[in-house]
Design a binder for this molecule. Structure first.
Ligand code: NAD
Length: 489
């Protein structure tokens, strides 16, 4: 692939501005959080987490096996009776307390998340952490209002929720899971992703700091086998999973025929549709935010740009110019736009799909961008000349790679946008309000953003259609999935 030189954009250097790492000391060894305390795993096993930006070892983390998961589920079950029968306002107060501590510790948590995940500090500081706190504040307010929310006259919690999350927004996905579950009176056993467990363990400390009753939140660390043990445990009443469609399908098969409730938040291949009347500069910012935010490790990323044929060339030219200004490098530098890819495996997957795009005849373009020598990195990449049959148009790349397709009419835009096995999100860029509504009615996506992209709010339900999963997180709908269906109106 050839790097095309920057197209005349003036460049200037900014002095490096790293955040001090010692704001977030990583514990060299980390136990499991069960029954309110950190404990050693039954068989003493552990695994190593690695810093994506350097490839260096970060910490040793306990590996939970089936007996540990059993212990955690039993601790959650013991805690459930008292937690669910507390006055709801009291549950709300614990959630408020957790939210406040998250705010107080947000600099430390933002740094830790950047080190562990590879994402830029500008994003963890300005997006992830404020949203994490907002989720706890929002659900704190709901705890004592469930009976008046149209969720049935006497909504009851489900019991013990087993929650499994991915690595792309570790603490944010934890908040999406834990805050509504606790507000509704459930107790939880959460398993973070194996490459990003550190902020979940910091959250366990926050639970201690907030004096949350023992066993209400339990955190077991490990990889797929630990997740499987949680899914298969007979003492779990609900599984909430966010991750790949492949694993989501395996989980659906595992809980089929049991009484367990299930919500699945899976992958996506969103269309970001730009009409010829859209304000180009704003659309370009939205396209960049849609696919290059968080290195493209975003389930709802706008990874397919559908641009009206008449404005294809100017939009792509401005996009290329804008990409030339993005800074890739040290995640702890607040000037960084694009950080490290989370793992060697993920980089391999991105590289493999980019090679497939080239082999199938799409045309790649990258800005002039030097990649650091250590760690895992991928330059922002645009494919033009993409056909709907190409793998880069069909498969979730989960990296900083945009596939550009064209359309001529709104009908064609809808047909192409919906031509995917996924249905998580979509974007529409046009100055006509009526067209936005026309498109939103027809797009088979859980979220449709208009003249913006990647906006999140705890009051707004988020979730998918088709192979993007089922169930919603956030809003009243998100609460409903942690309450007894018989009681939900
Ligand atoms: P993944 O499915 O490989 O892993 C997700 C989690 O599941 C991890 O904690 C992993 O350890 C665990 N796991 C793996 N195998 C398991 C099994 N057999 N049983 C139980 N648990 C198991 O996904 P990933 O690579 O960590 O995350 C990326 C994927 O997540 C992407 O497809 C992305 O689109 C999706 N995602 C979706 C949303 C959403 O809200 N829809 C949000 C973020 C990420």
């Amino acid at each position: 692939m050839t790097a095309v030189p920057d197209q005349g954009t003036p460049t200037w250097a900014k002095a490096p501005s790293p955040k001090p790492r010692d704001l977030a000391p990583t514990h060299p060894t980390n136990g499991l959080f069960i029954g309110g305390e950190f404990v050693d795993p039954a068989d003493g096993g552990s695994f190593t987490t690695v810093e994506p930006a350097t490839g260096e070892r970060l910490a040793e983390v306990a590996l939970a096996t089936t007996p540990d998961v059993d212990r955690a589920v039993k601790a959650a079950r013991r805690a459930f009776r008292r937690w669910s029968s507390r006055p709801a306002a009291e549950r709300g107060r614990y959630l408020f307390r957790i939210a406040r501590i998250i705010q107080e510790r947000s600099r430390e948590l933002a740094v830790l998340e950047s080190i562990d995940n590879g994402k830029p500090i500008r994003e963890t500081r300005d997006v992830d952490l404020p949203l994490v706190a907002a989720h706890f504040f929002h659900h704190a307010g709901w705890a004592d209002k469930l009976a008046w929310a149209g969720l049935g006259p006497n909504p009851r919690p489900l019991g013990v929720a087993g929650q499994i999350i991915p690595w792309n927004f570790p603490l944010l996905m934890l908040s999406w899971k834990i805050a509504p579950a606790l507000a509704c009176g459930n107790t939880v056993v959460l398993k973070p992703a194996e490459t990003t467990p550190l902020t979940a363990l910091a959250f366990a400390e926050i639970c201690q700091q907030a004096d949350l009753p023992a066993g209400v939140v339990n955190i077991v660390t490990g990889a797929g086998d630990t997740g499987r043990a949680l899914v298969e445990h007979p003492g779990v009443d609900k599984i909430a999973f966010t991750g790949s469609t492949e694993v989501g399908k395996a989980i659906a098969r595992a809980v089929a025929g049991t009484a367990k409730k299930l919500t699945l938040e899976l992958g996506g291949k969103a269309a970001n549709v730009v009409f010829d009347d859209a304000p180009v500069d704003e659309a370009v910012e939205g396209i960049v935010n849609g696919i290059f935010f968080n290195q493209g490790h975003v389930c709802c990323a706008g990874s397919r740009l559908l641009v009206q044929e008449s404005v294809h060339d100017p939009v792509v030219a401005r996009l290329q110019r804008r990409l030339g200004t993005l800074r890739l490098g040290d995640p702890l530098d607040k000037n960084t736009d694009i950080g490290a890819v989370n793992s060697a495996e993920q980089l391999e997957r991105i590289t493999e799909l980019v090679a497939a795009g080239e082999a199938e005849g799409a045309v790649p373009w990258q800005p002039d961008c030097r990649l650091p020598e250590r760690g895992w990195w991928h330059a922002p990449t645009i494919f033009t000349g993409v056909a709907q049959s190409h793998r880069v148009a069909r498969e979730e790349i989960f990296g900083p790679v945009l596939s550009v397709l064209t359309f001529r009419t709104p009908d064609e835009a809808v047909a192409k946008a919906n031509n995917t096995t996924y249905g998580l999100s979509a974007g529409v860029w046009t100055e006509k309000g009526s067209r936005i509504l026309w498109m939103a009615e027809r797009l088979r996506a859980g979220v449709v953003w208009a003249n913006t992209f990647n906006r999140f709010d705890p009051a707004s339900p988020f979730g998918g259609y088709k192979e993007s999963g089922f169930g919603r997180e956030g809003g009243r709908q998100g609460l409903a999935s942690y309450l007894d269906a018989g009681a939900v109106g």
